[in-house]
Design a protein around this ligand. Structure first.
Ligand SMILES: [Zn+2]
Length: 77
C-alpha cells in the first residue's frame, strides 16, 4: 500500500503520464481513502496547468489568484 509520501512523489509522474497501470491503480486506491492526498493531487494539477500556460501565454492575475486561493484555503476548492 502506498504512503502519502509516495503519492506526493508520484504526483508529477502522474501528470506527465509516466506511471504504468499498476502504479495508477495503487495511487487511485490511496486517493479514495486519503483526503489529504486528494487535495494534494488536485492542487498539484492546478499549479502545473498554470505553469504550463504561463510559458506559452501570460496567465491573468485572476487565474493566478484563483490557484493561490485554493492553496491557502483548500476547503473552498
Ligand atoms: Zn495520503
Amino acid at each position: 500500500m502506498l504512503k502519502c509520501r509516495d503519492i506526493e512523489r508520484m504526483a508529477g509522474q502522474l501528470q506527465d503520464d509516466e506511471l504504468n497501470w499498476r502504479q495508477r491503480f495503487s495511487m487511485r486506491m490511496h486517493l479514495m481513502m486519503c483526503h489529504h492526498c486528494r487535495r494534494f493531487v488536485r492542487q498539484f494539477a492546478a499549479i502545473k496547468k498554470l505553469a504550463e500556460r504561463s510559458v506559452s501565454e501570460q496567465a491573468s492575475d485572476d487565474e493566478v489568484q484563483s490557484v493561490m486561493d485554493k492553496i491557502n484555503d483548500p476547503q473552498k476548492g
